[in-house]
Design a protein. Structure first.
Length: 160
Protein backbone atom coordinates (compact mmCIF):
# COMPACT_ATOMS: atom_id res chain seq x y z
CA UNK A 1 0.00 0.00 0.00
CA UNK A 2 1.38 3.40 -0.90
CA UNK A 3 0.42 6.37 1.18
CA UNK A 4 1.42 9.98 0.56
CA UNK A 5 3.03 11.47 3.67
CA UNK A 6 3.98 14.80 2.16
CA UNK A 7 2.46 18.10 3.17
CA UNK A 8 -0.79 16.90 1.59
CA UNK A 9 -1.22 14.22 4.23
CA UNK A 10 -4.99 14.46 4.20
CA UNK A 11 -5.15 13.77 0.46
CA UNK A 12 -4.37 10.12 -0.25
CA UNK A 13 -2.52 9.31 -3.43
CA UNK A 14 -4.68 8.05 -6.27
CA UNK A 15 -3.41 4.49 -5.77
CA UNK A 16 -5.09 4.16 -2.39
CA UNK A 17 -8.17 6.33 -2.79
CA UNK A 18 -10.40 3.26 -2.56
CA UNK A 19 -9.16 2.49 0.95
CA UNK A 20 -11.23 3.66 3.91
CA UNK A 21 -10.16 7.02 5.34
CA UNK A 22 -9.44 5.32 8.69
CA UNK A 23 -6.94 2.98 7.02
CA UNK A 24 -5.16 5.84 5.28
CA UNK A 25 -5.11 7.89 8.49
CA UNK A 26 -3.66 4.92 10.38
CA UNK A 27 -0.91 4.50 7.79
CA UNK A 28 -0.07 8.21 8.09
CA UNK A 29 0.16 7.84 11.87
CA UNK A 30 2.52 4.88 11.49
CA UNK A 31 4.80 6.78 9.09
CA UNK A 32 4.82 9.70 11.53
CA UNK A 33 5.54 7.31 14.42
CA UNK A 34 8.54 5.87 12.56
CA UNK A 35 9.81 9.37 11.74
CA UNK A 36 9.41 10.42 15.38
CA UNK A 37 10.96 7.29 16.92
CA UNK A 38 7.66 6.25 18.48
CA UNK A 39 7.66 2.54 19.31
CA UNK A 40 3.89 2.25 18.72
CA UNK A 41 4.86 1.36 15.15
CA UNK A 42 6.39 -1.84 16.56
CA UNK A 43 3.10 -2.86 18.15
CA UNK A 44 1.38 -2.27 14.83
CA UNK A 45 3.98 -4.39 13.00
CA UNK A 46 3.59 -7.11 15.62
CA UNK A 47 -0.18 -6.97 15.03
CA UNK A 48 0.20 -7.40 11.26
CA UNK A 49 1.18 -4.07 9.72
CA UNK A 50 3.57 -4.89 6.85
CA UNK A 51 7.06 -4.06 8.11
CA UNK A 52 8.06 -2.91 4.61
CA UNK A 53 5.02 -0.68 4.10
CA UNK A 54 5.91 2.25 1.82
CA UNK A 55 4.55 5.74 1.45
CA UNK A 56 3.96 7.54 -1.87
CA UNK A 57 7.69 8.31 -2.18
CA UNK A 58 8.66 4.68 -1.64
CA UNK A 59 10.04 5.33 1.85
CA UNK A 60 9.57 2.46 4.27
CA UNK A 61 9.05 2.67 8.01
CA UNK A 62 12.72 1.68 8.37
CA UNK A 63 13.84 4.48 6.05
CA UNK A 64 11.93 7.07 8.03
CA UNK A 65 13.24 5.80 11.37
CA UNK A 66 16.81 5.60 10.06
CA UNK A 67 16.76 8.98 8.30
CA UNK A 68 15.60 10.47 11.59
CA UNK A 69 18.38 8.87 13.64
CA UNK A 70 16.30 6.51 15.77
CA UNK A 71 18.81 3.75 16.53
CA UNK A 72 16.61 1.56 18.74
CA UNK A 73 13.59 1.73 16.45
CA UNK A 74 15.81 1.02 13.44
CA UNK A 75 17.18 -2.07 15.18
CA UNK A 76 13.73 -3.29 16.24
CA UNK A 77 12.28 -2.88 12.74
CA UNK A 78 15.22 -4.83 11.33
CA UNK A 79 14.72 -7.65 13.84
CA UNK A 80 11.10 -7.79 12.68
CA UNK A 81 12.18 -8.33 9.08
CA UNK A 82 12.45 -4.84 7.61
CA UNK A 83 14.52 -4.86 4.42
CA UNK A 84 17.71 -2.80 4.92
CA UNK A 85 18.31 -2.78 1.15
CA UNK A 86 15.03 -1.32 -0.03
CA UNK A 87 15.50 1.74 -2.27
CA UNK A 88 12.96 4.53 -2.33
CA UNK A 89 11.46 5.91 -5.54
CA UNK A 90 14.44 8.27 -5.95
CA UNK A 91 16.88 5.35 -5.88
CA UNK A 92 18.20 6.27 -2.44
CA UNK A 93 19.29 3.59 0.01
CA UNK A 94 18.58 3.60 3.70
CA UNK A 95 22.25 3.34 4.67
CA UNK A 96 23.27 6.17 2.32
CA UNK A 97 20.63 8.37 3.96
CA UNK A 98 21.98 7.56 7.42
CA UNK A 99 25.54 8.31 6.24
CA UNK A 100 24.40 11.64 4.76
CA UNK A 101 22.60 12.60 7.97
CA UNK A 102 25.64 11.67 10.07
CA UNK A 103 23.87 8.96 12.07
CA UNK A 104 26.86 6.66 12.51
CA UNK A 105 25.13 4.43 15.10
CA UNK A 106 22.27 3.85 12.66
CA UNK A 107 24.83 3.01 9.95
CA UNK A 108 26.40 0.42 12.27
CA UNK A 109 23.00 -1.17 12.99
CA UNK A 110 22.06 -1.26 9.31
CA UNK A 111 25.39 -2.83 8.36
CA UNK A 112 25.03 -5.43 11.13
CA UNK A 113 21.69 -6.40 9.60
CA UNK A 114 23.05 -6.80 6.07
CA UNK A 115 22.68 -3.38 4.46
CA UNK A 116 24.55 -3.21 1.15
CA UNK A 117 26.61 0.01 1.04
CA UNK A 118 26.95 -0.30 -2.75
CA UNK A 119 23.23 0.05 -3.53
CA UNK A 120 21.51 3.23 -4.59
CA UNK A 121 22.60 6.40 -6.22
CA UNK A 122 24.81 7.67 -4.78
CA UNK A 123 25.94 4.64 -2.79
CA UNK A 124 26.59 4.91 0.94
CA UNK A 125 30.32 4.64 0.23
CA UNK A 126 30.17 7.48 -2.31
CA UNK A 127 28.10 9.55 0.13
CA UNK A 128 30.68 9.02 2.88
CA UNK A 129 33.42 10.12 0.47
CA UNK A 130 31.49 13.17 -0.81
CA UNK A 131 30.87 14.47 2.68
CA UNK A 132 34.28 13.60 4.12
CA UNK A 133 32.98 11.16 6.71
CA UNK A 134 36.40 9.67 7.29
CA UNK A 135 38.24 6.38 7.06
CA UNK A 136 36.54 4.83 10.10
CA UNK A 137 33.09 5.07 8.53
CA UNK A 138 34.43 3.94 5.15
CA UNK A 139 35.87 0.90 6.95
CA UNK A 140 32.47 0.17 8.56
CA UNK A 141 30.96 0.33 5.07
CA UNK A 142 33.58 -2.09 3.79
CA UNK A 143 34.89 0.35 1.18
CA UNK A 144 37.44 -1.07 -1.22
CA UNK A 145 39.62 0.42 -3.90
CA UNK A 146 37.41 1.10 -6.89
CA UNK A 147 34.22 1.76 -4.89
CA UNK A 148 34.60 5.49 -5.47
CA UNK A 149 34.86 6.55 -9.08
CA UNK A 150 36.87 9.58 -10.09
CA UNK A 151 33.71 11.49 -11.01
CA UNK A 152 32.31 11.36 -7.45
CA UNK A 153 32.83 14.88 -6.13
CA UNK A 154 34.22 15.79 -2.75
CA UNK A 155 32.29 18.37 -0.76
CA UNK A 156 33.56 21.85 -1.79
CA UNK A 157 34.39 22.64 1.84
CA UNK A 158 36.63 19.55 1.95
CA UNK A 159 38.23 19.97 -1.47
CA UNK A 160 40.19 23.08 -0.46
Amino acid sequence: MAVDNSTKQDNPSSGVSSLPKETIDFAHRMFDAARNGDSTVLSAVDAGLPVNLTNAQGNTLLMLASYSGHVDLTNELLTRGADPNRLNDRGQSIVAGAVFKGYDEVVHVLMKHGADPRLGQPTAIETAHMFGKGKDLLDVLGAKEGDISLDVPLSPSLAK
